[in-house]
Design a protein. Structure first.
Ligand SMILES: [Fe+2]
Ligand SMILES: [Fe+2]
Length: 244
């Protein structure tokens, strides 16, 4: 059994296509999308149209919740300078698109054939705005996972890939497809992006489990061209990224 976890596409259709091509070469049985699908990038509609036609489990990220309710975006920790992008994104979407996003679940459970359980979420099982890092204190993890019995936890939201042991559990982050942060985001700073896409494959064979943190290079020039062609308010930020 091989499951691909994709997260934080953020409207970057160029990166998403590169990841889907890689997934197609990887003999995957299931795809799980961990949220933050459309906002910030130049092609939210293309991303959604692709996702709608995929056999995939969906988790609702904080940006997904915010695009559904832009008037309370602050509650989903959408930084003030991203608010114009949030509204631009919503303006591109049909009521059908919004209904599709609203069908996403806060968490999803997946049982592997050998009985190992996976719990998928966006930030933590408690909230899409919790950020779990390699440095998050165990006491904080105890709060997030107190009620959970799964063996493997996987989320997105931090935009940084991670594989971390936590007692007899694993905590994983599949990274971001469309918005790979160079460093962990801290409020008051503006993140820089790395020129690739990230996702993860969890594989189970008879008596083993493995996690493959994958990095997929995509054509950043094509993406930046899409940004230039769009009327995205945050275009300038994108155009400052990926400098060699
Ligand atoms: Fe995100
Ligand atoms: Fe997020």
């Amino acid at each position: 059994m091989r499951i691909a976890f994709i997260s934080d596409i953020h409207g970057n259709f160029t990166a998403f296509q590169a990841v889907l091509a890689d997934i197609n070469s990887q003999n995957v049985d299931q795809i799980v999308c961990l949220g933050d699908v459309v906002t910030m990038g130049p092609q939210p509609v293309e991303v959604l149209n692709k996702l709608k036609n995929m056999d995939c489990l969906f988790i609702k990220g904080n940006h997904d919740a915010a695009v559904l309710n832009p008037e309370i975006a602050g509650q989903y920790e959408i930084t003030h300078y991203l608010i114009p992008d949030l509204h631009w994104c919503r303006d591109q979407l049909s009521s059908d698109d919004l209904k599709f996003i609203d069908s996403f679940k806060p968490t999803q459970e997946i049982q592997l054939p050998n009985g190992v359980n996976i719990l998928a979420f966006h930030g933590s099982p408690l909230s899409p705005i919790d950020i779990i890092q390699s440095t998050t204190p165990v006491e904080t993890l105890d709060v997030y996972f107190e009620k959970e019995t799964a063996d493997i936890f996987i989320g997105g939201h931090s935009h940084i890939q991670m594989q971390r042991r936590y007692g007899d559990k694993f905590i994983l982050n599949s990274g971001s497809v469309g918005n790979v942060f160079k460093f962990v985001y801290t409020p008051g700073t503006v993140p820089s992006l790395l020129p690739w896409a990230e996702y993860m494959i969890v594989s189970q064979s008879e008596n083993s489990i493995s996690m493959d943190s994958r990095r997929v290079y995509f054509d950043t020039d094509t993406l930046l061209q899409k940004v230039r062609e769009s009327s995205l308010p945050g275009a300038d930020w994108w155009l400052r990224q990926y400098s060699k």
